[in-house]
Design a protein around this ligand. Sequence first.
Ligand code: 0A1
Ligand code: ZN
Length: 894
Amino acid sequence: MRDPTPKTVYLKDYTPPPFIVEAIDLDIDLRDDHARVRSRLAIRRNPNMRPSTGPLVLDGDELALESVKLNGRPLAQDEYRLDAQRLIIPQTPDALALETVVRIHPHQNTQLMGLYASKDGFFTQCEPEGFRRITFFIDRPDVMARYTTTIHADKARYPYLLSNGNLIAQGDEGSGRHWARWEDPFPKPSYLFAMVAAKLDRLEDTFITRSGKRARLQIYVEPGKLDQAGFAMQALKKAMKWDEDVFGLELDLDQYMIVAVGDFNMGAMENKGLNIFNTKYVLARPDIATDLDFQHIDRVVAHEYFHNWTGNRVTCRDWFQLSLKEGLTVFREQEFGADMYSRPVQRICEVRHLRATQFPEDAGPMAHPVRPQSYMEISNFYTATVYEKGAEVVRMIHTLIGKENFRKGMDLYFRRHDGQAVTCDDFVQAMQDASGVDLTQFKRWYDQAGTPVLDVSDHYDPTTQRYTLTVKQSCPPTPGQPEKLPFHIPLALGLLDRDGQDIPLWLEGDDAAHPPAGDGAPGSTTRVLSVTQPEQTFTFLRVPAKPVPSLLRGFSAPVHVRYPYSDQALAHLMAHDSDPFNRWEAGQRMATDLILKGIAELKAGRDLVVPESFVGAMARLLKGDEGYGPRDPAFAAEALSLPDENFIAEQMEVVDPDAIHAVRTRLARILAEHLRDEFSHAYRAHAVPGPYSPDAASAGKRALRNRCLAYLAETQDPQALRLAFVQFETADNMTDAMAALSILTHFDCPEREQALEAFYARWKDEPLVVDKWLRVQATSRLPDTLEKVKRLTEHPAFSIKNPNKVYSLIGAFSTGNHVRFHAADGAGYQFLADQVIILDKLNPQVAARLARAFDRWRKFDGGRQAHARAALERIRDTAGLSKDVAEIVTKALG
Ligand code: 0A1
Ligand code: ZN
């Protein structure tokens, strides 16, 4: 675990493996305080690498080697070398059978990588480099082997013994123990290996694939929680059907298992046929899970299922290609989400998330391309850039070549690469070959970091009725990349006339006979411009009057757009744009401008001025066009949400967290006071009758209603707080209870403590609900929040060994409570440093994730910078620091 000199690994140094493993026969014997792992590997020199004479090098981490045999003969100590990370055998034949026996200690495995013990049994996590913590192996994704796995364990304590593929034999073996043998018919990289030995309850179902194959579906959960597994099972079946319908992709297994575990570093893992999930993305019941939790379960179950093709059947050649599977799978998950829920609202939430996580990452010390060029610790690169920006890159290909060509490209990709470990270039090549669209310049998105900026200006000539847009692109420098070449950016846009109608778009140079693949046809009202030059002009013909441009419709590229919109133009877009994303975007721009102006005013000692146009636009959102009530409450809820404090911070040269907080809160209060009647009317009008259902329409109403409640509370009128408390007490579902509770936690009122206490008393035995209780306190805006958070680290509800608890309390405080984490006295930074140092000894991966909260420290004033630097240096100088955390803090300080 401790690596004294963390080395940097470079993409340019990639070479194919000198040896490959064709088959592995694993035998895992689980005992009370250790496990004994025997592995038999069928190895041969890589035929593509001849002539080759190098040693055989196997990866291993925290393995106690008991014996090693080559072709059946025990090796003498001078026939191999062992160091902290490797087993090296200098002399080997070209083909060999290697048998090793090692001891490991799953109960002491607090990293949760490899094989570890949790409450109900034993579980594994091998991506990216955990398999080497189970046995010696060539632990890289381009080494694909056939697995046979035998597990032995106590029968009463661990009745289920599971691994990848099919159960081929099982039996009892005396002393109350039993065994089971699994065989996976598909060769796979080691990161997709999984095993479970546990006492669990099982939910079963079947799915008939479109070619008529019957598959067994199983979800395993903690005993007693079967009533929380049903929604995930439905999600799985929806995802299976969707992948058949949309991509023609069928399940290739007889049995598909999902196992939920409470101790897990990430969300979930796509191990072949045996997904292992964080309980957070499986367990749900209306009284314990919110609408958003249900939605996340739908999406994460789908994401892992989609990996069976994009990730497992076609995998990554090396970890630099991680976005090959993650960007593509997130894109597929997003499309699934759009088809299951409201497409515009899903898109809004995705972009909000991208801007909150990926844009700051791309502007900070950890900025890296979608395909990174180097890393110290690969676990640090499961990032918003690889996942979310990677999905945007796939989406841009979809936009540029069009839906049909994209499908052809996917088909070609599988035809060419099924069963292989490939690169992002192979994916783009398939898309290019299937569509005939040249993607050479487009590929820069994979190699250049940073968020491009589009500076747009326009000119209208009434005499010729020509409207000209000038688009300049630039991209700020990022670590190691001072200069950028121009990107190929799909810029979707429309033009609105004075009545808010879309104008048909005729571009100068249109070739009606050969319209570009992904573009709307000439004369359509949304066109996709290919921006490829540093500066480019586009001229629209037959434009009857000066239009308002609706730029970057649907957020067609992950860029910043700068255009000098007037307030009237934004109000016009908010009211009329046929693109719902841009209707939302216009409101967010208006609110952001207003808050930034308000911050300047505050510094000059003046109060915030809220123009009537803004209040009016918000009122219209609440009332809708026809009578009372918006047409789409879910959309209205999003459009009524003010931009987050983090987002506003990113727009400032030097961040002033106190001013941001003061002005944003003031704006909310002014709106609440002006629109009190509208909010209370909408609150009452959107009550959802009947039994709870997490469907999109009901969830949308609840979202709007709870947004109204939050505004009403901003008035600090005791009646409004009372209303929140009544909702908290009477809610029959977690969405409404949690919304009310989180509102109350921001106000120093008696209801706050009463509600928090009642909530804990009721839910202290449901770990996922306790997580919510911790999170809601960690994100309170009250000034004493840090003190409360510190006290909560001592509370029996908290455990630093459980990642969900750590993310809910410490993570939520440091990334979800901008004003309190960035307190001027540096107390927030000191607290986080303390926690990172403690956690690094137990779980470096999670510690490194927490440390990312320091990323943007250089954007703050000198005083805060000094505190942050001291905290980072203290972490850096800690003896025995993991390379995970070392990479984050050295880059932050660098
Ligand atoms: N491949 C998983 C993500 C994942 C990565 C690492 C993990 O453990 C450290 C766990 C899961 C996914 O994209 O769903
Ligand atoms: Zn994934």
